[in-house]
Design a protein around this ligand. Structure first.
Ligand code: CS2
Length: 446
């Protein structure tokens, strides 16, 4: 492996067609939560937008929430890093700066050149927390109001329905009245739907990137060719020309958001808690499990989607199966299994509710929920903000486990525990999974 590290000074070693498309001269975007997903998604759109529009004001200042790992990797590389999608690898040049906790994020957020803030802070960051990402954002807004630094658009890119409105509500909860008035006049919170599968980078990925670029890149990310970004067109001020990079600016994000959260993320969670596979591609290569996923999507999830007139849903679902099967993406199911208590409601429980209200049994959702219940009672080192309350006796009966977990209102609300159909379905599925295992359960049900 070449010992030379990627940086502006060593870019000449990289093949010309793999060099950055743009070299930003200002920092118009602040991003909270600069992980692999941001680097493979919004940062790529922003770079393409700058190149397409010949507008170099949209460099990104990325902030990390807890660790300094991303900063340690990117700072020595002048914030350059490679993205490989399929067989194509190239260096992305939109990130200009990485801040760690303790750095002056408020200064960036209150700089007049900053016009847009994007966030990928994961679902758990949208729980009230006076020290979390939202609090840091509010501190920045306070500084911006004091500096009278102009309007700002804040775009949540996390997998939550109505993510813009949720964020606006959390911000409002932390603002004192004069600040709240300023925010209402100067800041918008468009909703957005983001999609690109980005597995955590492995050492093998780093080695592969070094071989492709000819320089060592410790910030590399590997992703799939597919990418999608749908943004509610409600900007407070200036913005990158993201539509020139393929983003869709629309009046109403909801139909897209629901479709993606339920079909893609809902299937992902079902895979994570049920399949027992190590990688997503292995799970879907089992015909019985793939058959289950199709029933889940067709019978329980698709009927809950609306506002997609003219959209080829059958084709979308087929494309999801192909994306899941991608053998080049070593997407570990353990990565998806994290924080299930924060993911299940919008992915699987809302559609279950809607099916029940329409008089149908959400049979396949119930199996995925039972899979999650089995997972949280048997997993070691459960990564979930509710871990303490989720853990239970492995030897408890299925109905005792279902009773215990359904009672967690933050996850199941007050309606689902009261619904006898849902309770019975989940208990039946959990009994079968525990007694017979997944293959026999699928043979009996699908
Ligand atoms: C996944 C998502 O980890 C998870 O919960 O379902 O990260 C998924 O890969 C992305 O939303 C795809 O756009």
């Amino acid at each position: 492996m070449s010992p030379v590290r990627l940086s502006r000074a060593t870019l000449s070693r990289v093949a010309p067609d793999a060099r950055p498309l743009a070299e930003p001269r200002a920092t118009g975007v602040v991003h909270l939560g600069i992980g692999a997903f941001h680097r493979a998604h919004q940062a790529v759109y922003t770079e393409r937008a700058m190149a397409a529009a010949g507008d170099d004001r949209w460099g990104i200042c990325g902030a990390t929430q807890r660790s300094t790992d991303v900063a340690d990797r990117l700072r020595p590389q002048d914030c350059l890093y490679g993205v490989r999608a399929g067989d194509e690898a190239r260096v992305v040049g939109s990130v200009r700066e990485v801040l760690v906790p303790g750095d002056d994020l408020a200064a960036r957020l209150s700089a007049p050149e900053t016009a847009v803030v994007t966030l990928t802070v994961t679902e758990r960051a949208y729980r009230p927390d006076p020290r979390g990402a939202v609090a840091r954002l509010v501190a920045g807004l306070r500084a911006r109001a004091a500096a009278d630094a102009g309007p700002l658009t804040v775009i949540s890119c996390d997998n939550l329905p109505g993510n813009g409105a949720i964020l606006a509500g959390l911000v409002a909860d932390l603002c004192e009245p004069p600040l709240l008035g300023w925010v209402e006049r100067n800041v918008t919170f468009p909703a957005s739907m983001v999609d690109r599968i980005v597995p955590a980078t492995t050492q093998a990925d780093l080695d592969d990137m070094a071989a492709r670029l000819g320089v060592v890149d410790l910030g590399a990310v590997v992703t799939e060719p597919f990418t999608q970004w749908v943004i509610e067109d409600r900007f407070a001020g200036d913005r990158p020309a993201w539509e020139r990079a393929g983003a869709l600016l629309v009046g109403d994000v909801r139909p897209y958001e629901r479709m993606k959260l339920r079909l893609l993320n809902g299937s992902h969670s079902a895979i994570a808690y049920l399949s027992g596979a190590e990688h997503v591609s292995e799970a879907v290569s089992d015909p019985a499990f793939a058959g289950y996923l199709r029933r889940l999507m067709d019978d329980d999830l698709s009927p809950t989607l609306e506002g997609l007139a003219g959209f080829d849903l059958a084709r979308y679902k087929e494309s999801l199966m192909v994306r899941f099967a991608n053998p080049g993406l070593r997407h570990r199911v353990s990565q998806i299994a994290v924080d299930g208590s924060q993911k299940l409601p919008q992915r699987l429980l809302d559609p279950a509710r809607e099916r029940l209200a329409a008089g149908y049994e959400p049979r396949w959702i119930a199996l995925a929920v039972a899979g999650w219940m089995r997972y949280v009672t048997t997993a070691r080192d459960l990564a979930d903000p509710l871990a303490e309350r989720l853990r239970g006796e492995e030897t408890a009966s299925a109905s005792a486990t279902v009773d215990r977990l359904l009672a967690i209102e933050e996850i199941f609300g007050t309606d689902l525990p009261d619904d006898p159909v849902f309770r019975e379905l989940v208990t039946d599925r959990l009994e079968r999974l525990t007694a017979d295992g997944l293959p026999a359960t699928l043979r009996a049900l699908v």
